[in-house]
Design a protein around this ligand. Structure first.
Ligand SMILES: [Zn+2]
Length: 125
């Protein structure tokens, strides 16, 4: 993938990260309000670490995972492995990356992996 295209996808990823970060910030404000409502501790007395720890619990896996996916995609751009399927090492079609810039796999491997996850879920039932 040429440099201009990498920059294009990097821009998309940074924009997504910015939007996610805004979500996190408003969640952080909510979390601080909850602490204040407890009346047990002043929010101001809490260390940032405590707040972040609590936030991780309250944010939910979905949001944390989305931010982690974007981080990893940005890392792959730095490493030069962006746009290559992590399973079969074939190039991921650009139209797929346009739709899902965090994609690690091409459509074929993605559906194989999802089918596998489905089997695992059945096994635990
Ligand atoms: Zn693949």
């Amino acid at each position: 993938m040429d440099k201009a295209k990498l920059e294009h996808f990097r821009g998309m990823l940074l924009e997504q990260l910015r939007q996610r970060t805004e979500n996190v910030r408003s969640s952080q404000a909510d979390a601080l309000e909850m602490f204040a409502d407890d009346g047990v501790k002043d929010a101001a007395d809490m260390s940032l670490q405590d707040v972040n720890q609590e936030l991780g619990l309250r944010l939910g896996e979905r949001e944390s995972q989305a931010v982690a996916d974007i981080d990893q995609a940005l890392l792959r751009i730095e490493e030069g492995s962006y746009g290559t399927c992590a399973r079969c090492a074939k190039p991921i079609p650009e139209r797929r990356l346009e739709a899902v810039p965090t994609a690690r796999y091409d459509a074929e491997c993605q559906s194989l992996l999802e089918a596998k996850t489905g089997e695992d879920e059945h096994a635990t039932l």
